[in-house]
Design a protein around this ligand. Structure first.
Ligand code: NAP
Length: 254
C-alpha cells in the first residue's frame, strides 16, 4: 500500500518511520525494517522515489522536507502510534576551512541534521510513547565524536544533533522509549555527491582504494537494534570500514 496523502496506515503491523528514505542508508533501512515486519512510512523531498519504495515494501510514502514545519506536520498527520523513528535525513555540504566558511552551506547542514531531526522528533514523541515500546534511532556520524580540518560545518551539526538525541535519552527516562545513536564512518551512498554539489569525480575519489561500508551494512545494524527486547537499550553504535580508523586516517591499497 502506498499513499502520498496524509492518512493512517490501516494494517496491524507496528509502524516505523524513516526520514531521508529516498536514497542511501534511509532507503536500505526502510527495506530492512519492512522485511522485519514493520509498516514503514518513508519520507523525503523526492516524493517519486519514496512512493516507489513504499510500493516495493508495502509501506506508505509521503513527501517530507524536514526543514519545513508544515511539511513535517503533514507528514506525521494520523500517525498516533509509532514504534520506531529513524532520524536519518541529513548530510554535508562543502569541505571548507572555518576562515572561509560558506554560511549557506552551514545553514543547510544545521537546518537539516539538527533542526530537521528535532522537528520530526518533537512531532512524534507522543506517538512513540503511545506505542508502549518506542525506539528513536539517530543516524549521526563519527563526525559527532571527532573534529577534522575543513569539516566544522558538518562536525558541529552532527555534534549538535547527537547532543540533542543524548539529552532526550535522559529526559525520556521512565517513558517506554529507547534511544540509539548510530555513528557510521565512510558509507558509499550519494552523501559525497551531495557534499560536492554533483561533482562525481570528487565524490568517487572519497571511496577510491578502500572498501567503504554499504548502506545495507548500516541498515542491518539498525534492524538489529529494532529487534532487541524492550528492556535492552543500545545507546551508541560506532561502525567504520576496516580500512578507516578515524575520519581522516584510512588505508588505501586497492
Ligand atoms: P544520501 O544518499 O545523500 O541520503 C540522504 C537522504 O536525506 C536522502 O534521502 C535525502 O532525500 C534526505 N534529505 C536531505 N535533505 C532533506 C530534507 N530537507 N528533508 C527530508 N529529507 C532530506 O546519504 P546517506 O549517506 O544515506 O545519508 C543518510 C544519513 O547518514 C545522513 O544523516 C548522513 O549525514 C549520515 N551519514 C552518512 C555517512 C556516509 O559516509 N555516507 C557517514 C555517516 C553518517 P531528498 O534529497 O529526496 O530529500
Amino acid at each position: 500500500m502506498s499513499t502520498d496523502n496524509a492518512s493512517r496506515p490501516t494494517d496491524t503491523r507496528p509502524i516505523a518511520v524513516v526520514t531521508g528514505a529516498s536514497s542511501g542508508i534511509g532507503a536500505a533501512t526502510a527495506r530492512r525494517l519492512a522485511a522485519q515486519g514493520f509498516h514503514v512510512v518513508v519520507g523525503a523531498r523526492r516524493v517519486d522515489r519514496v512512493t516507489a519504495l513504499a510500493d516495493e515494501i508495502g509501506g506508505t510514502g509521503r513527501q517530507l522536507d524536514v526543514t519545513d514545519d508544515e511539511s513535517v506536520a503533514a507528514f506525521v498527520d494520523g500517525l498516533d502510534t509509532v514504534h520506531v523513528l529513524v532520524n536519518n535525513a541529513g548530510g554535508a555540504k562543502g569541505l571548507d576551512p572555518v576562515a572561509t566558511a560558506d554560511l549557506d552551506d552551514w545553514r543547510w547542514m544545521w537546518e537539516t541534521n539538527v533542526l530537521g531531526s528535532l522537528r520530526v522528533t518533537k512531532a512524534l514523541i507522543p506517538a512513540l510513547i503511545a506505542s508502549g515500546d518506542g525506539l528513536i534511532v539517530a543516524v549521526t556520524s563519527i563526525a559527532a565524536i571527532e573534529a577534522y580540518d575543513n569539516g566544522a560545518g558538518y562536525t558541529s551539526a552532527k555534534h549538535a544533533q547527537a547532543l540533542t538525541h543524548r539529552t532526550l535519552r535522559y529526559e525520556l527516562l521512565g517513558e517506554p522509549v529507547r534511544l540509539t545513536e548510530i555513528l557510521p564512518g565512510m558509507v558509499e551512498t550519494d552523501f559525497s555527491l551531495v557534499r560536492f554539489e554533483g561533482d562525481k569525480e570528487r565524490a568517487d575519489a572519497v571511496y577510491e582504494g578502500l572498501t567503504p561500508l554499504t548502506a545495507d551494512d548500516v541498515a542491518e545494524v539498525i534492524g538489529f537494534v529494532a529487534s532487541r527486547p524492550p528492556h535492552v537499550n543500545l545507546d551508541q553504535i560506532v561502525l567504520k570500514p576496516r580500512d578507516q580508523a578515524s575520519a581522516r586516517r584510512n588505508i588505501r591499497t586497492g
